[in-house]
Design a protein around this ligand. Structure first.
Ligand code: G3P
Length: 226
């Protein structure tokens, strides 16, 4: 299923809370909330389990990573053509926990686009956001690494980074979407992000580790709609 914006992207990373059936439950919860609220919610599960997610939920599933290679003798690589066959909507690229060189981001975008998949390039700061935008991915996700997993939202702690990324990316390529992430944990965090021009949020720990992920996501989705 195609990813459109505004959207909430849930990255399951390699958290134990999102492994196996627990991850699938989190994805089904996301699917339920997306259908109740009409908000686009995408999940980025563990790469080794992605096929299961595509088969069991009808919301967009994104890979957490894609390598720039063509299919061939690359042990352990994640290649665009295989992602296409699995049926995912696209891929995150250059997450701060899975960095790529700029030339590799560019090559991965070209390969993913070539097979009709979406690309969400993560960027640490404004300079990286500008560089990413120039490559024309579907979206740039600005995430200051020091706030990742902190529970302190980028939209509260560094509003200038969110507003600056929106301005910078749109100046480079107006058609590239901009979202933000790092520490996003509450409806207020989402409201602030939207007020700063963000077209959604990318979050992980607050959702994956929540005692009540359904309630949390419902609140985040409602905040995105306001
Ligand atoms: O990919 C999302 C991410 O890096 C933010 O993580 O745990 O701060 O929501 P978290």
């Amino acid at each position: 299923m195609k990813l459109t914006y505004p959207a909430i992207l849930l990255n399951f990373k390699s958290y134990k809370e999102a492994a196996g059936n627990r991850g699938l439950e989190l994805a089904k919860t996301a699917e339920r909330v997306a259908s109740q609220t009409g908000v686009i919610v995408a999940v980025c599960p563990s790469i080794v389990e992605m096929a299961k997610f595509v088969q069991n939920v009808s919301i967009p599933v994104l890979s957490q990573h894609c390598d720039p290679y063509e299919p061939g003798p690359f042990t352990g690589a994640v290649v665009a053509e295989h992602l296409k066959e699995i049926g995912v909507a696209g891929s995150l690229l250059n997450h701060s926990e899975k960095r790529l060189k700029l030339s590799d981001i560019s090559a991965a975008i070209t390969r993913l686009r070539g097979v009709g998949l979406d690309t969400v390039v993560c960027a640490d700061d404004l300079a990286a956001a500008a560089g990413a935008a120039a490559l024309e991915p579907s979206a740039v996700a600005v995430e200051p690494p020091e706030l990742i997993g902190s529970g302190i939202s980028v939209s509260t702690a560094k509003p200038e980074v969110v507003a600056g990324a929106v301005k910078t990316v749109k100046a480079v390529k107006p058609n590239v979407h901009v979202i933000c992430g790092a520490g996003v944990s509450s409806a207020e965090d989402v409201r602030k992000a939207v007020a700063l021009g963000s077209e959604g949020v990318l979050l992980s720990s607050a959702y994956v580790k929540s005692r009540n992920p359904e309630q949390l996501l419902l609140e985040l989705c409602k905040a995105l709609l306001v």
